[in-house]
Ligand binder design. Structure first.
Ligand code: HEM
Length: 439
């Protein structure tokens, strides 16, 4: 058994002012792939060891989720554990089967094409349009999750929902930086207001959905189906938790993936040309459908590589429920631990030249040569993202519908600086120039 290295006293003070990504990089590069770090509010193991990732994420009894996300998500599927989690997961899963994904594709295409048409009109006078991919991709993802999972178009022309979600993410990020050791949302008035706005938003979405009457979207199914423990359908509070889960866990994450995808498209014209060639060859001029996905191989590799370099969920925080040995290390009860896709996805031993963007890292032979747990943008084990195929589908539609219509260029010379809250956003806007392609 190896002893876990403790970072020496004074480390926290020495790291003050650095971003959480820099802190975890420094700790694991300096002290080894499993480090124990004193946060001042409790101890945290930072994990950058693929075998440990597997053991931890596949064992929620020994490593339950921390309470940070529950501050906003309550008992939502992304924050719960145990019997309640299991019965709700069973309600979600049938809504993400291929048959449903095929239906969602048409809606995704409609929303993406509507955005492309708007851009084309705006570009008509100047030959190109300059846009902020950060905001536009979040809006697109909200429009899609509204019409699919939440069963209703969400009218929000000024994208106020984005501001509410951003505020909440900011506070969750702050709470998260205490690594789950301090987790009440009542700490200041601004934070309370942000959570209050989130509650009102969820209530409005639930009320909007009730007005429409029962159908087959996820929210409607959650409203109708009796839970196995109570025999009653979800209460308003439980529904609120699931709506917030969709807004934060589904809309925000997917919007962020698409934002980084747009920036990377703009920075890598040679990749964009290959994507264009593939889309033209497989699709010609027609819209993408679910059945086309297996033949869009390079597009899939592009999306995988985007999620490697910028995993929207950069860390998963768990509690150590009992003393336990992991990958040859002893972990002490009561501490928290952070499993980080950011660290593993940028580990030089697994990913040579890790900061280089290269979709061909995901050629089948390259994938087969790596340990399976070298890549987990959607988590692993029983909590693996229920919406992963939905999110990837949105990525496919984005690429297929946009690269055939526009030449996409990044405007700023340097890549955006990552802003790690609960998810990895970009600091500031992500300006992208779109020039319509002539057929
Ligand atoms: C690029 C987009 C997305 C990323 C990167 C992402 C990432 C993740 C990750 C890392 C987890 C594991 C959490 C854990 O182990 O604690 C997760 C779980 C989850 N995700 Fe996603 N997600 C994305 C999109 C979506 C979408 C579109 C939805 C819903 C429509 C969704 C709903 C959920 C839910 C409900 C869980 C909890 C699953 C469970 O514990 O059973 N996600 N996601």
């Amino acid at each position: 058994m190896h002893p876990v290295t403790h970072s020496p006293p004074g480390t926290r003070e020495a790291l003050q002012g650095r971003s959480p990504l820099e802190v975890i990089e420094y700790l694991t590069q300096t002290y080894g792939s499993i480090v124990r770090y004193s946060t001042g509010l409790g101890d945290l193991y930072v994990i950058a060891e693929p075998e440990a990732v597997r053991q931890i994420l596949s064992n929620p009894e020994k490593f339950p989720r921390s309470q940070v996300l529950a501050v906003a998500l309550g008992d939502g599927l992304l924050a719960s554990e145990g019997a309640y989690w299991r019965q709700v997961r069973r309600l979600y899963q049938p809504k993400f089967t291929p048959a449903h994904l095929a239906e969602y594709t048409a809606i995704m295409v409609e929303e993406t094409v509507a955005l492309a048409e708007r851009w084309r009109e705006e570009a008509a006078s100047q030959g190109a349009v300059l846009t902020n991919a950060a905001r536009e991709m979040m809006r697109l993802s909200l429009a899609i999750i509204g019409r699919t999972v939440l069963g209703q178009p969400i009218e929000d022309p000024d994208y106020r929902i984005g501001d509410i979600v951003t505020e909440v993410m900011k506070y969750l990020g702050e709470l998260g930086s205490t690594f789950g050791t301090r987790f009440h949302a009542g700490q200041n008035r601004a934070m309370r207001r942000a959570f209050h706005n989130l509650d009102r938003l969820a209530e409005a979405i639930i009320a909007g959905r009730r007005q429409k009457g029962p159908e087959q979207d996820l929210l409607s199914v959650l409203m109708q189906t009796p839970l196995s423990d109570t025999g009653e359908p979800m209460s308003d509070r439980q529904l609120r938790d699931e709506v917030v889960t969709s807004l934060l866990g589904g809309h925000e994450t997917t919007g962020i993936m698409m934002m980084w995808a747009m920036d990377l498209l703009g920075r890598h014209p040679e990749v964009q040309e290959r994507l264009l060639a593939e889309c033209r060859q497989v699709l010609g001029d027609r819209p993408v459908t679910f059945a086309d996905l297996p033949r869009l191989e390079y597009t899939r590799r592009f999306l995988d590589e985007t999620l490697r370099l910028y995993p929207p969920v950069w860390s998963l925080v768990r509690r150590v429920a009992e003393p336990v040995d992991v990958a040859g290390f002893r972990l002490e009860e009561g501490a928290h631990l952070m499993v980080s896709a950011w660290l593993i996805h940028r580990n030089e031993a697994l990913w040579p030249e890790p900061t280089r963007f290269d979709p061909d890292r995901f050629l089948p032979e390259a994938v087969a040569a790596r340990p399976r747990h070298a890549y987990f943008p959607f988590g692993l084990g029983q909590h693996i993202c229920v919406g992963q195929h939905f999110a990837l589908l949105e990525g496919f539609v984005l690429v297929a519908e946009l690269v055939r219509r526009f030449r996409i260029e990044s405007v700023s010379p340097e890549p955006p600086e990552p802003l790690p809250l609960i998810t990895i956003r970009a600091k500031g806007p992500v300006p992208v120039r779109l020039e319509p392609r002539v057929a």
